[in-house]
Write a protein that binds this ligand. Structure first.
Ligand code: PRP
Ligand code: MN
Ligand code: MG
Length: 182
């Protein structure tokens, strides 16, 4: 089995947990998007691992595209101002768009993306997030239609999620040891 990374305190979701979470989401999406014109939009970079797994658990026809966004200023006390670093290649007008994210934290990234993509007049617009962090009170109002799991308000890494660009390649989701970021 995996020997976990020395910077990881505890494993939150291991490979098998992730597999069943993603499979369940893929089944729900396949059911809901039968006969639709599905476009998955992954948010670079954190969502790439989840995107790769999720799309292979969806049995209906789909297209994929990518966006990259960045928050101005210090991420720790996010300004709420998000800008597009890389825009979509495709026109999503009248298509059924599903945003694919690794984690909903403050909600500012998804709030911005929902507003921005809605202005392009898709036929429908929903969110699939692998993790939904419990940070009661201060979260922007976003209602993801598909959620892998809620997760505690801790520094989670792996499965695409980074700390200072590291740990994205861990095949599980772990809680980072506090001494690593303190
Ligand atoms: C992370 C994560 C989400 C976002 C969630 O991305 O991948 O996209 O933050 O946080 P929020 O709900 O507070 O907006 P980040 O901006 O770190 O970029 P990355 O995907 O390249 O890691
Ligand atoms: Mn991200
Ligand atoms: Mg990040």
């Amino acid at each position: 089995m995996n020997k976990e990374h020395p910077d990881v305190d505890a494993v939150l979701f291991d490979k098998r947990d992730i597999e069943s979470m993603v499979k369940r989401m893929g089944e729900q999406i396949s059911r809901d998007y039968a006969g639709k014109d599905l476009v998955l939009i992954a948010v670079l970079r954190g969502a790439v691992v989840f995107m790769g797994d999720l799309m292979r658990q969806i049995s209906v026809p789909l297209a994929i595209d990518f966006m990259a966004v960045s928050s101005y200023g210090d991420k720790a006390k996010s300004s709420g101002v998000v800008r597009i670093v890389k825009d979509l290649e495709m026109d999503i007008k009248d298509r059924d768009v599903l945003i694919v994210e690794d984690i909903l934290d403050s909600g500012l990234t998804l709030k911005y993306l929902m507003k921005n993509l809605a202005s392009r007049k898709p036929a429908s617009l929903e969110v699939a997030t692998f993790l939904w962090k419990d940070i009661d009170g201060k979260q922007a109002a976003v209602n993801p239609r598909y959620v892998g799991s809620h997760c505690p308000n801790a520094f989670v890494v792996g499965y695409g999620l980074d700390f200072a660009e590291r740990y994205r390649n861990l095949p599980y989701v772990g809680i980072l040891k506090s001494e690593v970021y303190a």
